[in-house]
Design a protein around this ligand. Structure first.
Ligand code: 1CP
Length: 339
């Protein structure tokens, strides 16, 4: 069993720096497209054998040190009572706008409402046994609220921010319900066998540090505090958090995910002993190999040999990246850090 990833999450020394890529399963891989061409995205998420197959693809193709469950942050929102489609981005038929909408949301029974997620985790633990650890994941309450209120992706999520400022009681009730759901969802993944959890707060960095502290931090903190974390590290990734790392750190978690807007060494100076994950600009994978290698070296130099580094991109891999470039990047990290 390759334990480098989990060891690095706990800040332990490793024989070489572990690496995986956010969104490492998906449309940039022809093998994924082959599976995906026979069903919809949601069918893929809801069929444990297929979800497991595409989860393992990048482990075999890229040689990464961890697998991440194939699903979506919005999977558990559908059984809250919100009709969901992917086109390919998520679209909710009826977004949340009023207190009555919030009150109508259900807290799913994970074993019966999202059995396919838990079955995929169990199946993957069997299939991955001799390979790498399995990361489970969920969206942070704020990022989930962004999609639930807006109804789809957006540049500024103005509908959600309007609710946050102008109808703060509705916002608080919604965030509270999402946090409760999220805690049960992630604990169910842990119980099923997930060996680490990543919380994706893709849009948390859209707020000022003061608003993050007021409107996001209390919920993510309650979520992380409520997870059954013994032996299961929690990676907290807030995209755009570079200017407020000391506040985001208060949410808890074992590893801080970093995007590429921050110098990894300076971030580590602020975070102290806390392990970090990141933070190559995903578009570097469009560069010639010499430049990919130069940028990997730069990030490693910023880390300056400190333990507790998980190498990753600063956000998800883009669907137009040639797989050979991702393979080259993973190999660079391993080759340049081998003890
Ligand atoms: O047709 C398809 O194949 C759908 C494309 C797709 C895929 C492959 C979507 C729709 N989601 C996913 C998988 C997915 N989503 C994974 C598992 C893959 C892996 O990591 O190996 C994960 C971890 C996510 C998480 C996710 N979904 C996030 C957080 C991470 C991030 O990238 O910021 C977010 C914001 C989403 C929403 C979402 N789902 C899909 C899309 C295209 C989007 C973004 C929508 C937008 O805001 O524009």
């Amino acid at each position: 069993m390759n334990n480098r990833f989990l060891d690095a999450c706990w800040g332990k020394p490793v024989d070489r720096v572990p690496v995986w890529l956010m969104r490492q399963a998906g449309r940039y891989l022809p093998d994924y497209m082959r599976v995906r061409s026979k069903c919809t995205f949601l069918e893929l998420c809801k069929t444990p054998e297929l979800a497991a197959e595409v989860t393992i693809q990048p482990v075999d193709i890229l040689g990464v040190d961890a697998a991440i469950l194939f699903s979506d942050i919005l999977t558990p929102i559908e059984p809250m009572g919100m009709e969901l489609d992917f086109v390919p981005g998520p679209v909710f038929a009826k977004p949340i706008r009023t207190m009555a909408d919030v009150e109508a949301l259900k807290i799913p029974k994970m074993e019966t409402d999202v059995p396919y997620v838990l079955d995929a985790v169990k199946l993957l633990r069997k299939e991955l046994a001799a390979k790498v650890p399995l990361i489970g994941f969920g969206g942070a309450p704020f990022t989930l609220a962004c999609y639930m209120v807006e109804g789809k992706g957006s540049k500024d999520f103005a509908a959600l921010k309007k609710m946050m400022y102008a109808e703060s009681d509705v916002y608080a009730a919604l965030m509270d319900k999402i946090t409760t759901m999220d805690m049960e969802y992630l604990n169910a993944q842990i119980k099923a066998g997930a060996q680490a959890i990543q919380i994706f707060d893709t849009w948390g960095g859209m707020l000022s540090p003061a608003d993050y502290e007021r409107y996001v931090l209390p919920y993510t903190q309650r979520l992380i505090n409520g997870l059954d974390r013994t032996n299961v590290p929690v990676i907290h990734f807030v995209k755009g958090a570079g200017t407020m790392l000391e506040i985001v750190k208060e949410a808890g978690g074992d590893v801080m995910g970093l995007d590429w807007h921050v110098n990894l060494g300076k971030a580590r100076d602020i975070l102290g002993d806390m392990p970090v994950q990141g933070n190559l600009d995903p578009t570097v994978l469009f560069a010639p190999n010499e430049i990919i290698e130069r940028e990997v070296k730069r990030v490693l130099a910023e880390n300056a040999g400190r333990p507790g580094l998980i190498f990753n991109l600063g956000h998800g891999i883009l669907p137009t990246v040639p797989p050979e470039k991702a393979i080259f990047m993973v190999d660079c990290v391993h080759r340049l850090t081998q003890k």
